[in-house]
Design a protein around this ligand. Structure first.
Ligand code: HEM
Length: 164
């Protein structure tokens, strides 16, 4: 059976026979997969769609532009193309349009960051600017926590050197 109503097909834990089906906590949207229909409104929609992610990324890059360690890592004169790539990626990740992969292919983010020296200092700077950018969105607390938790985990996973 490959029905999205089947919890096994959604990747969710399968309840023991006789147990009642797991009920998602109120307000926690289930993210749609790239292969199937969303199980409810996506996180992307819940937090305000493209406008929210575009604002987040614009606030983030405004801060990167003034960062003496991060700014030189971005090759282009203008940060706009990098901002567009990050916006598309985040939209796709959170259940919005899949434009990122249509244009860039599989994200393979760790691989794409290999050319850059992402040490703990770079990570902490990235996260500090992102934290300030998230704050400007004034999201409801649960949404903010969900987004921030992901960004932190992703940033820690991107570290590829401990050289100063
Ligand atoms: C931890 C510190 C990080 C640093 C210093 C860093 C730095 C960079 C740099 C220099 C680029 C190249 C600019 C471009 O051409 O787009 C880039 C690209 C990108 N970064 Fe990061 N990044 C970090 C973390 C992250 C995280 C946590 C994410 C995702 C949540 C992310 C998502 C992306 C994406 C989607 C691209 C464009 C990839 C492509 O399609 O070419 N980065 N990053």
């Amino acid at each position: 059976m490959n029905d999205i109503r089947d919890p096994a097909a959604s990747g969710a834990p399968v309840p023991a026979p006789g147990a009642s089906a797991p009920v998602p906590a109120a307000g926690i949207p289930l993210r749609g997969s790239e292969h199937g229909a969303a199980l409810g409104p996506s996180f992307y929609e819940t937090v305000g769609g493209r406008d929210t992610f575009a604002r987040l990324v614009a606030e983030f890059y405004r801060r990167v532009a003034d960062d003496p360690v991060l700014r030189p890592m971005y090759p282009e004169e203008d940060l706009a193309p990098a901002a567009e790539r990050l916006t598309m990626f985040l939209e796709q990740y959170w259940g919005g349009p899949g434009t990122y992969s249509e244009q860039r292919g599989h994200p393979r983010l760790r691989m794409r960051h290999q050319p850059f020296k992402v040490n703990p200092d770079a990570r902490d700077r990235w996260l500090a600017h992102m934290r300030a950018a998230v704050d400007t969105l004034e999201l409801p607390p649960l949404a903010e926590e969900t987004l921030w938790d992901y960004l932190q985990r992703a940033a820690f996973a991107m570290v590829n050197t401990f050289e100063e």
